[in-house]
Design a protein around this ligand. Structure first.
Ligand code: AP5
Length: 214
């Protein structure tokens, strides 16, 4: 099974993909995280990526292509969720080419439907563990001990692009670049929609059901 998770920033794509990876052994490819990992190495490539992610702009296609080809090599032996890719028409074309080369088909595009007014609150309250990468929310999914990761005791951190100013630009970029590709997948009969405003566990059951995971 190959699925794309599509939806506005903060709609819960990463949270759900991580839960399904834990419960069903699905491979979770998270483009945003791959980009942040490259930034954290301090490489020249990482510095270039940072100039885009800090502003909430899309990273240029040649870089995305390089990352996706490396990440997906051998990945299709298992069920795969693509989280944060594709995000534009040109990336959707790139994905078609890649899937074709690997001789596999896209099964589902899951659209996380939610009113964007709900999302700023979610995003400004997001925290993550820099070590194990687990994502928390100070309001909706808090750690047991304030500021500390439940899994490994590390101090929680906040993403640089989770400031209100950058969030507003990420929404604009989403509407301009990503939303139009929903129609492409609707037309191809691949699009499924979930109500992303539901509580995390309830949404997980719905997502797993739509993807036919058992
Ligand atoms: P990326 O990291 O992909 O950010 P995003 O798409 O903006 O998505 P988010 O990670 O903000 O949201 P999410 O939907 O995963 O929500 P989450 O589950 O964390 O990309 C960052 C940047 O990298 C981009 O701006 C761009 O610059 C670059 N980039 C990435 N992909 C690219 C590409 N393909 N091409 C070019 N550039 C690219 O949840 C959010 C919060 O809400 C958490 O705190 C969580 O605990 C909480 N939460 C989750 N679900 C619920 C729920 N049901 N109820 C209540 N709270 C919830």
């Amino acid at each position: 099974m190959i699925a794309i998770f599509l939806g506005p920033p903060g709609s819960g794509k990463g949270t759900q993909a991580a839960r399904l990876a834990g419960r069903y052994g699905v491979t979770h490819f998270d483009m945003g995280r791959s980009l942040r990992e490259e930034v954290s190495t301090g490489s020249g490539l990482g510095k270039t990526i940072k100039t885009y992610t800090d502003k909430g702009e899309l990273v240029p296609l040649p870089i995305i292509k390089m990352i996706i080809l490396k990440a997906l090599k051998g990945a299709f032996e298992k069920n795969v969720i693509l989280d944060g890719f594709p995000r534009s028409s040109e990336q959707a074309v790139l994905l078609d080419t890649v899937l074709n080369e690997f001789g596999v088909n896209l099964d589902y595009v899951l659209y996380f439907n939610i009113d964007e007014r709900e999302l700023v609150n979610r995003i400004v309250n997001r925290r993550h563990c820099p070590v194990c990468k687990r994502v928390y929310n100070l309001v909706y999914a808090p750690p047991i001990q304030e500021g500390i990761c439940d899994v490994d005791g590390s101090e929680l951190a906040q993403r640089k692009d989770d400031s209100e100013k950058v969030i507003m630009n990420r929404f604009r970029v989403y509407q301009r670049e990503t939303q139009p590709i929903l129609e492409r997948y609707r037309g191809a009969g691949k699009l499924r929609e979930v109500n992303a405003a539901q509580e995390i566990g309830t949404l997980e059951l719905e997502v797993a059901g739509v993807l036919g995971l058992k």
